[in-house]
Ligand binder design. Sequence first.
Ligand code: ADP
Ligand code: CDP
Length: 238
Amino acid sequence: MQKQQLLYSGKAKSLFTTDDENLLIAEFRDDTTAFDGEKHQKLSGKGETNLAISTHLMNEIENKGIPTHFVKSLSSTECVVKKLKMLPVECVIRNIATGSLCRRLGVQQGLSLRPPLFELFLKNDELHDPLINSDHAISFGWATEAQIATMREYTFKLNDILREAFSNAGLILVDAKFEFGIHDGEVYVGDEISPDSCRIWDALTKEPLDKDRFRQDLGKVVASYQEIALRLGISLTA
Ligand code: ADP
Ligand code: CDP
């Protein structure tokens, strides 16, 4: 399958049309951004590592019955995905309080959240991805009530599946962001599931191994992503 036109170039991935109107090629680039794109760096090997982790996790969740956009791998930085009509909301699930939740509500860092906390954000960099509730999404037509119910249900299921997978690898899933889209009227998991979109800590040391290393200038960003891949049993070609 060949790339045709560049459909969209985002902060970390590029999407290309293909000869099949239902399929896109997603290219995972080394671009790494934080703070709505304000901080940017190219980190060699990041795209490849994220694609390998995302592919592994998409396969895992597909096997557990949750539909994903993933179709097949193409190269170390490219895969084929179903073309989705993305819903412009980000579904975040949190097992441990940190990040924007603590800044927003002043709750203690590291607080264990039982049950896990589900939050919706509008996907809009200019507005800094504001927190919204499901009524905003419905009234503004960003998603239907049924789509929100499905995304919420899938998000909790994904959290359970991923928590277990990471736990078996000596890792803690702190929080995660999922994006969903519509294909043939059905809700699919889209985008990526990687250390760029999830917070993942070492279970023993509680050291962050995810994009917080980049956000907070902790160093060893790609090496930490590779450590996650290694512990999940993923072999990287590089
Ligand atoms: P951003 O848009 O936040 O800068 P990326 O660089 O990761 O992020 O770009 C990928 C874009 O492609 C995102 O906007 C995401 O919503 C969108 N996307 C992800 N998967 C699909 C898909 N299967 N079909 C259509 N769009 C998708
Ligand atoms: O990252 P920040 O502290 O600003 O936001 P957060 O709301 O605490 O992020 C929760 C989770 O969603 C983290 O795992 C982020 O990496 C992820 N996220 C993301 O992938 N993309 C965004 N635009 C916002 C958050």
